[in-house]
Design a binder for this molecule. Structure first.
Ligand code: IPM
Ligand code: MN
Length: 398
């Protein structure tokens, strides 16, 4: 299942480089995909170029295109097969645009590629920040840059996402559908330990979000594991909030949260709510992290392929670019990540619309301005950036 032929864990790969080149370079597999995927990926490519060109950032980025999208699926029926797996495995990071096309039935590409990849590459946690950058307006009154800086750690392999279940008595009027949620202690423990480590490098507060009052079997396991693991983190306070109550607290008082640990399904749902709280899905970044360095991590905007707005040139590039920043920081290239985030934050501070016809110069214009800001290096780092706490994941595990 996992990678025998995985790249070295921390991205220090130097073959094929001119001998004068001393800095490490990172091979990035870029899967642009469908809908707005190619537009936001092209924006991220401008950013990668700017990072590579700025020598003091200390890393060269070598993007390599992976040819896969709904067209390929429709023509060949390929999903996450050995060839695609090997192609992605030979990189140190996967940058993902979006997959999803109205011609393909829902679930096929989602399960057949995205979930298959998360599982095959053991991407155990999905890091999803909910941070409102200065200059961005939240649709929720009272939410601002001072009180909105939290991060979800979504367990990324199990829960309702393993796909187990059954349908019986179909078409009889008495159909029965069973849908399993799988919760195993080692997987929960690993995500919990990562979340605690992150909390101890941030503000020292971790909230478990589950539904322990009703889903007593799973919820209780999560809570007991958290209490057990928290004994090793004296600087982290823990508490828990039920998922329904989270829907009230998150928009009303995001400032009460630092790190939120949650299961796969709750994490999927709540991070869309989080995306709106922080100013829109176009700003919502994610990193699917392999915590041991045995296979590449994958970074992607939380938004999907948005076929309804594809091809107009005004999709928000911010989520993908911020995801790239997380990917670099997770490989230890924190400075490069911070240069990207700072440039994005500077761009957003002007209060520009984040997508749509009001986005000056469209997706490409925004990318160009961000790349320019990286080139001139004047953008100020955002305070308490999450990126400074995203040390190479495998070295932060005990
Ligand atoms: C997300 C998406 C995915 C998920 C789908 C596309 C598989 O909704 O990343 O949040 O459910 O995890
Ligand atoms: Mn989702």
């Amino acid at each position: 299942m996992t990678a025998d032929s995985a790249p070295p864990p921390n991205g220090e790969k130097s073959e094929d480089q001119p001998s004068c080149e001393r800095r490490p370079s990172i091979d990035i597999a870029v899967l642009a995909g469908d809908g707005i995927g190619p537009e936001v990926i092209s924006a991220a490519e401008d950013v990668m170029e700017a990072v590579s060109a700025r020598t003091p950032l200390g890393v060269g980025l070598r993007p390599r295109h992976v040819d896969y999208d709904a067209d390929v699926y429709l023509k060949t029926g390929r999903l996450f097969d050995d060839a695609l797996r090997e192609e992605l495995l030979s990189s140190q990071l996967i940058l993902f645009g979006a997959l999803g096309d109205p011609r393909v039935a829902p679930g096929i590409l989602e399960r057949g590629i995205i979930l298959a990849m998360r599982t095959a590459f053991d991407q155990a946690v999905n890091v999803r920040p909910v941070r409102l950058y200065s200059g961005v307006e939240s649709p929720v009154r009272g939410v601002n840059a001072e009180n909105c800086d939290l991060v979800f750690i979504r367990e990324n392999l199990e829960g309702a996402y393993t796909g187990g279940g059954s349908t019986t008595h179909r078409g009889t009027g008495h159909e029965v559908a069973l849908q399993e949620s799988v919760n195993t202690e080692p997987v929960i423990r690993r995500a919990t330990r990562y979340a605690l480590g992150l909390a101890s490098r941030r503000r020292g507060h971790l909230t478990l979000c589950h539904k322990t009052n009703i889903l007593t079997a799973a919820g209780d396991l999560w809570w007991r594991v958290l209490q057990d693991e928290a004994r090793h983190f004296n600087d982290v306070d823990i508490d828990q909030v039920n998922a329904d109550a989270m829907c009230l607290h998150l928009p009303y008082d995001p400032g009460r949260f630092d790190v939120v640990l949650t299961d796969n399904l709750f994490g999927d749902i709540l991070t869309d709510l989080g995306a709106m709280v922080q100013g829109g899905i176009g700003l919502s970044a994610s990193a699917n992290l392999n915590l041991e360095g045995t296979a590449p991590s994958m970074v992607e905007g939380v938004h999907g392929s948005a076929p309804d707005i594809a091809g107009r040139g005004w999709a928000s590039p911010f989520a993908t670019i911020l995801s790239l920043a997380m990917g670099l920081a997770s490989l230890g290239h924190t400075e490069a990540g911070i240069a990207i985030e700072s440039a994005v934050a500077a761009e957003l501070s002007g209060g520009v619309p984040i997508s749509g016809v009001g986005l000056p110069g469209g997706t490409a214009g925004a990318a160009e301005r961000i790349a320019d800001r990286i080139a001139d290096g004047t953008a100020a780092p955002v305070p308490h950036s999450l990126l400074t706490a995203l040390t190479p994941s495998h070295s932060s595990m005990g």
